[in-house]
Unconditional design. Structure first.
Length: 424
């Protein structure tokens, strides 16, 4: 009789094995390039392309509206074709769009090119999330936290580089930042080529005769509760527009803070995520616990809007301090919402149609790309009261979502095991 005591199996530090680790490297490279561009894109269109505030907001809104189709199309393709091959094609599309922005200042062309890039970005985002869900399995929240840490480390590196480049104050510096973003997409496509294809039992494989599956999968477009949930998600994702459009424009046109503060606040955002995203994942030990985080999320959004409004009332130092406080509050909201959104979007989706459901959920971020710039430019035009109302509306939406998902989650089996995080 073998009486040897076996040591308990240790949980993998990185869920998903080799492919999980490779996807973390992809996230880092992708977001490093995006960090070069995202924090200065508004300034590029303002000072290099010489667009007005209204034109910049309209460009972002139209490009975002066209890019909305990327999310559901990406989810549809995810159930039918290999994820890695589609991801490679989308990354190359994003690269072509970034290179093309360097070739023109024509307003119509800038909108068209930005829309193509937005389409690729939204579709790639959905497929990347689905890939992570498949390779990480029940450890998806832990993997999401680690992935966001890697991605935001890249954002911070890119943002610091952008801040240094802005000190030069030249058109060439902006061009080099955009070129770096384009090259990062090429690198990501090359890295994705080496990733293995994760198992996808729900993929629909068409026969040569086009015979439909014996049982039709659930249709997210007929799931009214899920569609209502996605609608509330669109509002909660507005923090993305705050950092990419709202803060830079507010600093440039309505506050006494130095313009160089804009990329530094983006760096602050990403440093906080790197330091705190994994520890915060410990709060989401179950789906029910994840839902309860909507209450502190509501408070964080309200605080962010209030401090941003107050930043218009003081001198340069006071404005900088209040803008930093606002960025901190919105970053906390971003981290909490990332954990909440990741888990609830999967927990509310039937396993047999996960790709399609996540594609519809991706519409929330896609729609925010269109609505967000308009919302934050409207807040800027309204002045301090606009930012106060902005935060209050999102805070109220958190409460609405908390009530909306209660009954559906009560009917859903526990989907997330206890989270033990030790990656440091």
């Amino acid at each position: 009789m073998d009486t040897t005591r076996r040591a308990p199996a240790r949980r993998k530090l990185i869920p998903g094995g080799r492919d999980g680790r490779r996807m973390l490297a992809i996230a880092f490279v992708d977001r490093t390039g995006s960090g070069l561009w995202a924090s200065v894109s508004v300034l590029y269109f303002t000072y290099v392309s010489h667009l007005s505030v209204a034109q910049v907001g309209t460009l972002a809104a139209i490009a975002g509206a066209i890019g909305i189709a990327g999310a559901p199309l990406g989810g549809h393709l995810a159930d039918r074709f290999p994820l890695t091959r589609v991801l490679i094609a989308l990354q190359l599309l994003r690269a072509v769009a970034s290179f093309a922005l360097l070739t023109t200042d024509n307003y119509v062309l800038l909108i068209t090119i930005s829309a193509l890039g937005g389409f690729g970005d939204r579709a790639a985002n959905v497929l990347t999330k689905l890939y992570a869900t498949r390779v990480a399995g029940p450890d998806r929240i832990r993997y999401q936290a680690i992935s966001r840490t890697a991605a935001n480390a890249g954002w911070a590196l890119g943002g610091l580089t952008a801040a240094a480049a802005l000190a030069l104050g030249t058109t060439a510096a902006y061009h080099w930042l955009l070129l770096g973003d384009a090259l990062s997409f090429v690198a990501v496509a090359a890295l994705t080529f080496g990733c293995g294809e994760p198992p996808s039992p729900q993929r629909t494989v068409a026969t040569s005769k086009g015979t439909p599956p014996a049982t039709a999968p659930p249709n997210p477009w007929r799931d009214r509760t899920y569609l209502a949930y996605v609608a509330t998600e669109t509002v909660l994702f507005l923090d993305d527009a705050v950092f990419k459009v709202g803060l830079p424009l507010w600093i440039a046109h309505a506050s006494n803070a130095p313009h160089g503060l804009a990329p530094l606040l983006m760096v602050l955002n990403n440093v906080m995520v790197v330091a705190l995203q994994v520890p915060l994942a410990r709060l989401a030990t179950t789906t029910a616990a994840t839902r309860s985080l909507l209450i502190p999320l509501s408070a964080a959004f309200a605080l962010g809007g209030t401090t941003l409004a107050l930043s218009a009332t003081g001198g340069a130092v006071t404005a900088a301090l209040l803008l930093t406080a606002s960025a901190t509050a919105f970053t906390l909201a971003e981290m909490l919402h990332a954990t909440i959104s990741w888990e609830l979007s999967v927990a509310l989706a039937p396993g047999t149609a996960q790709g399609s459901y996540l594609g519809v959920h991706g519409l929330a971020q896609s729609a925010q790309r269109s609505i967000g710039p308009l919302a934050v430019t409207a807040a800027i035009a309204t002045g301090p009261f606009g930012w106060t109302a902005f935060g209050a509306v999102i805070a109220l939406t958190c409460i609405i979502q908390h009530r909306l998902v209660r009954d559906p989650l009560a009917r859903t089996p526990l989907s997330v095991p206890s989270v033990t995080v030790s990656e440091h």
